[in-house]
Structures are given as structure tokens and as C-alpha cells.
Write a protein that binds this ligand. Sequence first.
Ligand code: ATP
Length: 289
Amino acid sequence: MTAPNQQRPTVHIAGQSGAHPTPGGDFSGGAGTPLMELNNVSVFYGDYEAVRGTSLPVRQNQITAMIGPSGCGKSTILRSLNRMNDLVPGARVTGRITYLGQDIYARDVDPIQVRRNIGMVFQKPNPFPKSIYDNVAYGIRINGIKGNLDDMVEEALTGAALWDEVKSKLKTSGMALSGGQQQRLCIARTIAVKPDVILMDEPCSALDPIATSRIEDLMQELSSTYTIVIVTHNMQQAARVSHYTAFFTAEVDEKQVRHGRLVEFSETAKIFTSPTDKRTEDYITGRFG
Ligand SMILES: Nc1ncnc2c1ncn2[C@@H]1O[C@H](COP(=O)(O)OP(=O)(O)OP(=O)(O)O)[C@@H](O)[C@H]1O
């Protein structure tokens, strides 16, 4: 079956043109085309190596969850996937992260273009202090995307399962919506520019159970069009929504410094029923973390 987002024009992130190389890689843990790959990725804040040597695939039209105890570097790795760490003074990424076979940290790659292809939804809903309409239209306008703006706004709000609730009050401030609606507005704002990948950093942690359930349902719907990577503290959520799970932990080195490490990456069902590593088993059974 052809993935819907393969039918949309792909935006190049680098200056060079030409066909995208076919993503390859030999990762254990399931079939499917990796849209992105992390190869021996470490992230530093100044001299501090927050996460060490991470290698994993991000498979197309799948939901990949990153779980693990606090401080193991989940958000750090997530932010490295669309160069959000560039905005943190002193942050540095080593190793290789590719999107459609291109190194997203290569010198000729435009980070703005990376973030257009690989969008992000944050923990706390953060609508702009603008109308619902303008929140969604913002990215379309600044990216100069051609087409009927009203139609594109409606499409994005429909895609984020918010249209029916807001279609009669598009000029109302986005800040006036409920927390769950604000988060769906932020998702609409992200998908309005038609990214390939959506990164979600604990998108439900500020929401009540009903709003959480709506976002989880929405993620399932979105995964037919988009590739999703989610950081979550909530193991049940990872088990419910994701196809693949990466379990991270923090290890203390000989100098007593903690570094995040990827322990295990596999299909979610395997991680939660028959993990390979004892540390994963201890974590998912609640004996640790
Ligand atoms: N901007 C920063 N500057 C310096 N150190 C940072 C920065 N952001 C994170 N760190 C450190 O990097 C390590 C990993 O942090 P990170 O937030 O990625 O972990 P996490 O697994 O997402 O944690 P949590 O689940 O608590 O959100 C921690 O030791 C943290 O203190």
C-alpha cells in the first residue's frame, strides 16, 4: 500500500537536488522502511554528554515511543531529530541522523527546512496569542505555501479532529480553548505545513484523561499520513499507541556522571511482553524507575 504522505511532494532539506537515496540500514526490531535513522548519536550540553551512542530507525507511518526514567535523555534525543537543540547554547550532536538518507546536520542543510519536514508538538499546549484561524494559517503564510488559505486551515483543523468544535468561532483566540483543544490546535498548526514527521514531547502530560484519550485516538489516525515519534512518561500510553518502543536508561560512569543510553528498541508488543534486556523488564514491571 502506498503511504499517503508519499503522494505529497517531498521538500528537500539540503541545497543539493536529485533523487533521494533509498533509506537503508540493518536494524533489528521489525520490518518497514526507516524514514529517519540515528547512527551512534550522542548529544552534549557543553562538556556534559547527556546521551551516548544511540542507534535506531524511525519507521515510516509508524508511531515510535521513547520511554525511560527521568533524565535518561528522551527529550534530548527527540529534539535532536529536528535540530531543536541548535537553539540551546552549547548543545552539540555527534554521530549521524538522516532523514530520507540525508544527514540533517550536514553543512548545506537548512535547519528551518528540517523543522518544516519534521514538526514538533510540545508538552504544554502553546498556541500563539492569535485567533484559531491565524494560529493554523501562520506556518502556511510564513512558508509561502500556495493554495486557498481557508481550505488549508479547514483541512488542518479537520486533520487534528478540531474542526467541528471551532468552525463557528475561527476568529476567537486560540488561548480561549480548553487544554485538550489547545493541544489539538497545536497539532493542526504543525500539520498545516504538511510535515513528514511529527515529534511529540509528552503531548498529554498537561491534559485530563478524556483529552488524553482524544489525542491518543488522533495519533492513531495521523499515523496513516505521518510518521510520529513520541516521548512519554506513561508506559500504558506507549503500549496503547505505539508500534515501536525505545527504552532508555541513565548509566553512571566511573566518574559518577550520568549518561542516557538506549537499552532496547523493538516492536512495542515485544518490549512489553518479552523484553530482551533485564533493565527493560525491571522498568516495565515497575521494579525500577
Ligand atoms: N538545556 C540543557 N542544558 C544542560 N543540560 C540539559 C539541558 N537539557 C537537558 N539537560 C540534561 O540532559 C539530561 C537528559 O535530559 P532530558 O530532559 O533529555 O531527559 P528526559 O529523559 O527527557 O527527562 P524527563 O523524563 O525528566 O523529561 C539530564 O541530565 C538533563 O539535566
